[in-house]
Design a protein around this ligand. Structure first.
Ligand code: DOR
Ligand code: ZN
Length: 348
């Protein structure tokens, strides 16, 4: 890695990405393949990607939508339901098709209705996953209506995640898109079987960005952005170099008509400018030397994959001119606005 006004890192991967399907897949895929070589692909389609056969078909649709000449490997996941068959999961893992299983508590977020309500029903799958070393990616929020939305991650750790980990020794878990100091501390207090992804937007916005001076629907995502002390804890974790924290953008496209709506969808679309945003954040934290670990080394380390052999160069100069929207035949998708100019251009 060389440093100055130019920074060269091993090519990054995105360990949590929503690509959707059809016209939206076609529209957003180039935004990721421009800078990333691999991504863990979220399975929350309608209907969800539940079986190995579903994942094979979805992978083929992604490969067919790739821009000409793109070097990109989608790392597929399965959506865990109470009916998931442990044998199907094991076979999907053994064939190299599937790299993780995603746990959505039923009703927690976009397209999670078929997720898990009764955790005793997935014990067999989790035990199989512990045996074969297949990671569980967790959307870590309780759905109990009595729990305040800003507390749902912390309560999930106590009520759901910690009990699952205690009763399933050896289960490898990624806490997806952590948003709290509690999440950071829980990862730090545990062993190498537990890791967490952190999004670009949660390093930049707190709940004031979402709510002060009018509701900003393009900053609404789940888990919801928390108060400032949590954003600072996430920044400290991401820039620490600790191998258990890595980038998962959770870039989640929704058309503007569904974001700017009386009941707006959750999701920030950050694929387009994520690397410029992150370079700016890491520079603000005097931690540019840790960027490569966060974006390119810690993730493959956890997933047991090689680090990419190619490199990506960021160069600092005049503000980056990125599009404010991505066109899709379903309607435009607004690109995440970090609220400050970005100076780091991806130059190769
Ligand atoms: O903000 C979010 N958007 N959080 C999620 O968990 C799901 C995602 C989506 O699929 O839109
Ligand atoms: Zn997500």
């Amino acid at each position: 890695m060389s440093l100055s006004l130019s920074l060269t890192i091993q090519t990054p991967d995105d360990w949590h990405l929503h690509l959707r399907d059809g016209a939206m897949l076609k529209a957003v895929l180039p935004e990721t393949t421009r800078h990333f070589t691999r991504a863990i692909i979220m399975p929350n389609l309608v209907p969800p990607v539940v079986t190995a056969a579903d994942a094979t078909a979805y992978r083929d649709r992604i490969l067919a939508a790739l821009p000409e000449g793109a070097d990109f490997t989608p790392l597929m996941t399965l959506y865990l339901t109470e009916d998931t068959d442990p044998k199907d999961v094991a076979a999907a893992h053994a064939s190299g098709l599937v790299h993780a299983v995603k746990l959505y508590p039923a009703g927690a977020t976009t397209n999670s209705a078929l997720g898990v309500a009764d955790f005793t029903k997935v014990r067999g799958v989790l035990e199989t996953m512990a045996e074969i070393g297949l990671p569980l990616c967790v959307h870590g929020e309780v759905t109990d209506p009595a729990i305040d939305i800003f507390d749902r991650e912390a309560v999930f750790i106590d009520r759901v995640l910690d009990p699952i980990r205690r009763t399933t020794p050896g289960l490898r878990v990624v806490m997806e898109h952590i948003t709290t100091k509690d999440g950071v501390e829980y990862v730090r207090a545990n062993d190498a079987d537990l890791a967490a992804t952190i999004t670009t937007h949660h390093l930049i916005i707190n709940r004031n960005h979402l709510l002060v001076g009018g509701i900003k629907p393009h900053y609404y995502c789940l888990p919801i952005a928390k108060r400032e002390q949590h954003r600072l804890a996430l920044r400290a974790a991401a820039t620490s170099g600790d191998a258990r924290f890595f980038l998962g953008t959770d870039s989640a496209p929704h058309v503007d008509a569904l974001k700017e709506h009386a009941c707006g969808c959750a999701g920030c679309f950050t694929a387009t400018n994520t690397m410029s945003c992150l370079a700016e954040v890491f520079e603000q934290e005097n931690a540019l030397e840790a960027l490569e670990k966060f974006t390119s080394r810690n993730g493959p380390g956890f997933y047991g994959l090689p680090v990419n052999q190619t490199t990506l160069t960021l160069t600092k100069s005049t503000p980056v001119d990125y599009p404010s929207k991505i066109a899709c035949t379903d309607g435009p998708v607004t690109v995440f606005d970090p609220g400050f100019p970005l100076h780091w251009h991806v130059t190769t």
